[in-house]
Structures are given as structure tokens and as C-alpha cells.
Write a protein that binds this ligand. Sequence first.
Ligand code: HEM
Length: 293
Amino acid sequence: MREDPILLAVYSSSFECPTKTLAAFFTQFFGGPREYEPRRWSLSLREAHQRFSIGERERVAWLRAMERALADVRIEESTRGALHWFFAQSSAFLINQPAGAPDAPIPSLEPPNEGPQLREIRQRWQELRALEEMIAALRLGRVGAVLESLQSPLIEACFSRDRAAFLSFLALLQSSGQPALLDYARLELLRSPGLVAQTYGAGRTLLHDVAGQGSPGAVELLIQLGADPNARDDLERTPCIMSAMRCMHPLAPMLYAPSFTEELISMPRKSSGVAARCTWLRAAETCRWRRRC
Ligand code: HEM
């Protein structure tokens, strides 16, 4: 990757962190340890790539790099073919340039033999696509499509394989502002109140995500169901800090003033005022995340 000027222009100066994250994604995607989950910023792979300009040129360069990586390992030809198929499909899906153009056609490249590896990868890719489509429908406010997807076997398989994805999606629903979707999330939580205590993605709880999104009704419900407002994620952030980072100060009183006050006291004195404090928190957050590799 390092030697490719096209990829150099897309990736930041250091390839180390992206390479580790990509490896963690593949490890998890292909059924290994759940190493990507704590690193996952966005539930949607497509949304995670929106901030980069990816056209056919970048896709081809990325594919070339993956081909070179595959050439370095000794694997069965059927596995190589299945991976090749997956890389071609997934990279076409992430093309976002030219902006506003219809989705790039997904190549219909098929390896000669459809072995068990390809069947498994194809199934996982279909689940991931179904999740991506459901998130896209959510962003577009297509409530009916989201509710329909939630009943689909692909989404059910996806969520039973990846419980953290289900929790992240519940959090997304809470920020939708759509009554039918809020009801769905509410019912799921009332049916399984234990969800509020579960942690996912770097030790976050639902309350962390919902507080960060600034959804007062959802925060209230989670607290009623026993969510811990002082829970700390792997980066020592409480839900209150998450809300402060997004400048959602109206939520702070709901999230336990003591922890909030404690965090504010530990900030440099000269940073007074809400805006300065938020800036400070964001900077601290960035530094911590930079250290995650
Ligand atoms: C089409 C060509 C592609 C390009 C140009 C590209 C580029 C990038 C870039 C620039 C990043 C951010 C690196 C950073 O953190 O600085 C990234 C992250 C990532 N890419 Fe890609 N990518 C491509 C295809 C893919 C494909 C096909 C997959 C998976 C099947 C993938 C999975 C990931 C993952 C998991 C991350 C980390 C996202 C996160 O932070 O959670 N990428 N990619």
C-alpha cells in the first residue's frame, strides 16, 4: 500500500493504524475473534468510507494491494478465489465518486468452484449488505423499509452473529426521531432490560451512545431500566462525557451531575465556557483514540 501513490493520497501518512483495523475487520468478518468491534467507529462500512474520495481508480489500486497481500500467503486456490470475489464485491460497494452517481455495478465475478468457503463468505457479505441497506433506509427516514428489514432472515442472522451490531443499531434507532422506530427500540428494551448493562465497542453501553446522540427520551428510558450513568468505557468516558463531547449540555443533569462535575473539575482551569470545554474534550478524545493503535 505504502508504495502506491494513489493509495498514499487517500490514506493518512501512517498506514499502521488503518492496516491493523482492516486486519481486525477481516479477522472478525471471517469468523475469528471479535477484534474489530472495539475499533468500529461506524456500524456502516460505507459511512466509514464517506470521508474519503473513492472512485474506480482508488478501488483498482486497493484491489492491487490486496492481490499482492494474497500472493504472499499460501492458501488453497478455492479460498483465494473466494477472497478475490469478496474483495471485488466489497470494494465496488464502497465507491462513492463521482458523488451522486448511481451505485457502481457490483462485479459478477465468480470463482470457478463454489466451495464451502465461498458459500460462507457470500452469506456473510449478504448479511453485511442487508445491514448497510437498513442503515441507509434509516438515514433516509424510510421507516417501513427499516421495520421490514428488521424482520428479515439476513438481519436476524447478522444480529445473532454480531450482538454488538444489534446494540449499536438500537442506539441509532433512538436517534431517528421516528415514533415507530422509537417504539420498536423501546419494546426491545422493555422485553430485554438486561441490554442496558451490556457493553460493546470499546466498553460502551447503550447509554453512552444515546447520550452522545442527544436523545433525552431514550436517556430517560435507559436510566429507568437501570443503565449506569457512571459507567466508564475503555477510554474512561462516562455517558455524561459523551453528551458533553457533543455539547449536549441539556442532558447533563439526567446523567448524574456528580460525575459530570468531577470531569469538569479535572479540566484545565483556563478553559472556561461551554465551547472551550467541548473543544478541550474533543481534543482529549482525539488524542486517546489516536493512541488506540
Ligand atoms: C475501495 C477501495 C478502498 C479504499 C480506497 C479504502 C480506504 C480506506 C481508508 C482511507 C480508510 C481510513 C484509514 C484511516 O483510519 O486513516 C479505510 C478504513 C477502513 N476500511 Fe477501507 N478502503 C477501501 C476498501 C475497503 C474494503 C473493500 C473494506 C472491507 C471489505 C474496507 C474496510 C475498511 C475498514 C474496516 C476500515 C476501518 C474503518 C473504521 O475506522 O472503523 N475498506 N479504508
